[in-house]
Each structure stands twice: as structure tokens, then as C-alpha cells.
Design a protein around this ligand. Sequence first.
Ligand SMILES: NC(=O)c1ccc[n+]([C@@H]2O[C@H](COP(=O)([O-])OP(=O)(O)OC[C@H]3O[C@@H](n4cnc5c(N)ncnc54)[C@H](OP(=O)(O)O)[C@@H]3O)[C@@H](O)[C@H]2O)c1
Length: 199
Amino acid sequence: MDTADPASIEAAARTVLVEHPDLDVLIAMAGIMRAEDWTDPAGSRATAEATVTTNLLGPIRLIAAFMEHLLAQPSATIMTVSSGLAFVPLRPTPTYNATKAAIHMLSESLRLQLAGTSVEVLELIPPAVRTDLMPGLATRESAMPLEDFVDEVMSLLEERPEATEIRVRRVELLRGAEARGDYPGVVAALNGSDLPAPA
Ligand SMILES: NC(=O)c1ccc[n+]([C@@H]2O[C@H](COP(=O)([O-])OP(=O)(O)OC[C@H]3O[C@@H](n4cnc5c(N)ncnc54)[C@H](OP(=O)(O)O)[C@@H]3O)[C@@H](O)[C@H]2O)c1
């Protein structure tokens, strides 16, 4: 499906639920991460709107499309995917950071509303991981190897079934910065690293 297209989500949900009537997990994983330069707002606006459509409206529309079905299951899970950048901003990607912060709060709020139902809300909070999300990320030394990330996530899912957030060790620096009181230092450290500057 194209998660930026509400009609595509609706059509895919109908097909999936016919073929898999006992489906009990929705993972809203699809996302894009594109650099913006807000000294050129005309150029940045289209990127920002596409980012909101895919990263925020996409999961919202997916959850809406599957919610009735999931609520009818004896137990079900919605996994959202935010980012360490929901908690500490990366300079080149303002709207990406904002959509991930919104996914975090959406997850927190849905969990409150769905308490007492059969549906749990689980938030996956990845650190930088070597994937094709951004140019150069797949080979970036400072990003976590994908296999290591997957292994640690699967271990956490098995070992901590009560968790509401899935956080590998590498993301704790960002996730806990504000609570620890070292937010300004973490913002400076993150944005002084080898990450790409806006064009
Ligand atoms: N890698 C990281 O460092 C990192 C860190 C924090 C959070 N995350 C989050 O993790 C999730 C997965 O990203 P990734 O790192 O695995 O990046 P990725 O390798 O680029 O994967 C993103 C996936 O999303 C799909 N996608 C994008 N737009 C879509 C659309 N409109 N409709 C359907 N599918 C769409 C892509 O499909 P196509 O290949 O067909 O385009 C691709 O399979 C994202 O939500 C990302 O924000 C990643």
C-alpha cells in the first residue's frame, strides 16, 4: 500500500482483513526522512508536507483503518515507530523530528484511551540505525548496525512483555536527555556529529 494515500490504506486494509481475519498486530513502520532548509521556506514546505503525510497522517490513517478489527480481537497490539529524534532535535530535519514527537504523544494518548480494551499500544523508539532512510545512513559508522538493532529489539520484546516503549541501549542518551537534565549538551553533541548539514 501507499501509506500517503488514504484510499490505498482503506483498500489494503479490506484485503488484509479478508485474507487474515485473525490479524492481531499492526506495526505502523513506513516513514521518510528528508532534509529541509528553512532559510528557503518555499523549498522546505513541500518536503515538510510530505513528511507529515507519510510519518504522521499515515500511522493515524492505518490505526483508524484497523482499529475496529483490533478491538474485536481477544488481545491485539498496535506498534508505533517514533525515534530518538522525538526527544532531541536533529538540525537538518525539523519536520521529521516534529512528526516523531507527535507519534510519541499519539502513542501515549492512545494507550490512555485504550486502557481496559484488548488493544495495547507499544512504541518502538529506534536510535540511528544503518538503513536506507537517508542517503549515507546505511554506511554511517555512528549508526547502529541493523542486525544488532533487530536482535536487541527482539530480545526486549521477549524479555519485557509489559514494556510500553521498546528502547535499545543506544537510544537512552536521546530518550532520557531532558529527564536527566543534560538536554542542551546532548543537542550540541548530536548536531556536532558527522550527520549531514542541510544543502
Ligand atoms: N533508520 C533509522 O536510523 C531510524 C531511526 C529512528 C526511527 N526510524 C524509523 O523507522 C521506520 C523505518 O525506517 P527505516 O530506517 O527502515 O528506513 P527505510 O529502510 O527507508 O524504510 C522505510 C520504509 O518505509 C516505506 N515507505 C515510505 N513511504 C511509504 C509510503 N508512502 N507507503 C508505503 N511505504 C512507504 C519504504 O518503502 P519503499 O522502500 O517502497 O519506499 C520502506 O520500506 C521509519 O518510521 C523511520 O522513521 C528509523
